[in-house]
Design a protein around this ligand. Structure first.
Ligand code: AMP
Ligand code: MG
Length: 483
């Protein structure tokens, strides 16, 4: 069947005009083998009714969906590891389509939405690995299959943990042999389609400012405000900026609570909705290690685990710099100064959510946050990040499970006593969730590098996709358990 009656095309970006993007064509791939089809995501935009053949036509050969203008490579600049690069832009991807969320998706989206956006929200289909564009800079415009698998895994895990994130919609293997310096080569190729709340990046604004085009900055602000921060009054650039600051603080806090290291927090990888996207060399933290880095090329640890809030703040200062072309400096600075308080507030909320307990006011919530971090620190490598949240989910009611479980002997001493005291002060949040089979397992679902790497040889050597699908199924169970 074609798209469902619930599918609501709404191409908005194209209306910005030719100065913001370029019409492009997808590469003509030798093969299109469907490897991953996310129907849970597809149903939220009325694409679940596509047959596999139609799916491949749209997401492997990029025949436009109904009502769409055709692929557009977005123009943007950005700071990469704090160096300005005016030669970025969509070099191996494009905006394939824009559409509204169906009403069925709203309840869940509301749960993670960071703004008073009216429903239904606008979603982008963006690609990775779809071929070269005017912005490819000598690159091949391709994505490795392993890179695609890694993005699918990261997005699924983050979604399960309540981090605002893009979702991987489709992964299609494309039958080419790629040369890469950081993977054994030749290596297999793929094209990924992601579903995301906006691909308008901080670097999109930076480019307009770099070109010294206040008119373009203004156009972008109005476009992004109206679509993504409609609670902000028209023309109020600093309030728009404040909304981006708040959403970004929330994102940074949720990464930290999830133990996630994005890896490449360049200003072209952060967008106006504060939704996490573009997963390359990401990792999840094994245990409390503030200096833990994900990207092998991040030699100074600029984007290390505990430096992520600072990296996001720095990127926000660059966005603010671009907005200065159209707004007064003082209210922009005030908005930026809201980052710190928003971050700590969101961090408390994120830890409460991960522990499955209700807020008891700022002071008690802060005590719990501090005690949790102190226990993780004291626990060292023996006390891994994810198991602590698994063991103590909803607090007091998990005591027997946690103390009698595989980490029971780690739960003693001063740091633990302080943690237990702070945790038990808080009332459980929907303790019936403990009845989910996921919580009855001794070990939580993790996503550490060894496991991620262990999934790949099955695919590479035997074309056995079952370990990947099994992992995704278990992650889905975690998402269900924590809802
Ligand atoms: P990323 O690190 O994935 O955010 O990419 C940074 C920039 O490099 C973006 O402008 C990408 O489009 C571009 N890029 C990354 N890989 C390739 C590639 N294989 N071919 C062309 N451009 C690429
Ligand atoms: Mg990127």
């Amino acid at each position: 069947m074609p798209v469902s009656p619930a599918h609501l095309p709404d191409p908005q970006f194209v209306a910005l005009g030719s100065e913001f993007g370029d019409p492009v064509q997808a590469a003509d791939f030798p093969q299109t083998l469907l490897r991953f089809r996310n129907d849970g995501a597809a149903v939220t935009v009325g694409l679940d009714t596509l047959t596999d053949a139609e799916w491949i036509a749209h997401f492997g050969r990029f025949e436009p969906l109904p009502g769409q203008p055709g692929p557009i490579a977005m123009r943007y600049h950005g700071h990469q590891f704090r160096h300005y690069n005016p030669d970025l832009g969509d070099g191996r991807g494009f905006l394939a389509a824009q559409m509204r969320e169906t009403s069925r998706a709203q309840a869940e989206s509301d749960r993670v939405a960071n703004d008073s956006a009216p429903r239904p929200r606008l979603l982008d289909l963006g690609t990775k690995g779809s071929g070269t564009t005017p912005w490819s800079r000598g690159g091949d415009g391709r994505l490795t299959l392993k890179g695609g698998v890694r993005e699918v895994l990261a997005a699924a895990m983050l979604e399960a943990q309540g981090v605002p994130t893009s979702r991987a919609l489709s992964l299609i293997e494309t039958g080419e042999a790629l040369e890469r310096g950081d993977e054994p080569s030749p290596t297999r190729s793929a094209v990924l389609v992601r579903l995301s709340h906006s691909h308008i990046r901080f670097g999109t604004f930076q480019r307009a400012a770099y070109l010294n085009r206040p008119d373009m900055v203004e156009t972008l602000v109005e476009h992004a405000r109206g679509l993504y921060h409609p609670g902000v009054a028209a023309g109020d650039t600093s309030a728009f900026y404040a909304a981006v600051v708040q959403a970004s603080a929330r994102l940074a806090a949720r990464w930290v609570a999830a133990g996630f290291v994005h890896g490449v927090l360049n200003t072209d990888n952060l967008n106006v909705t504060g939704e996490s996207f573009d997963y390359g060399p990401w990792r999840f933290l094994p245990s409390y290690q503030p200096e833990f880095t994900a990207a092998y090329f991040d030699q100074t640890g600029l984007y290390a685990f505990a430096r992520q809030p600072e990296a996001v703040f720095w990127a926000l200062t660059q966005l603010g710099g671009a907005l200065k072309l159209v707004a007064e400096a003082e209210p922009l600075t005030d908005a930026l100064n809201g980052f710190g308080p928003a971050y700590i507030r969101e961090l408390r909320a994120a830890f409460l959510e991960r522990l499955g307990v209700l807020s008891l006011g700022e002071a008690a919530d802060q005590r719990l946050l501090d005690a949790t971090l102190a226990l993780l620190k004291e626990g060292g490598e023996a006390l891994r990040w994810e198991p602590l949240f698994h063991d103590w989910f909803t607090g007091f009611a998990s005591s027997a499970r946690a103390l009698g479980g595989p980490r029971g002997k780690l739960y003693q001493g001063e740091a633990f006593d302080a943690f237990r005291f702070a945790l038990f002060e808080h009332a459980p949040d929907r303790p019936e969730r403990l009845e989910h089979p996921v919580l009855a397992r001794p070990e939580p679902e993790e996503m550490l590098i060894d496991e991620v790497e262990s999934i790949w040889p099955d695919i590479a050597d035997r074309d056995d996709w079952s370990p990947l699908y099994a992992k995704l199924e278990r992650i889905e169970q975690v998402r269900q358990a924590r809802l």
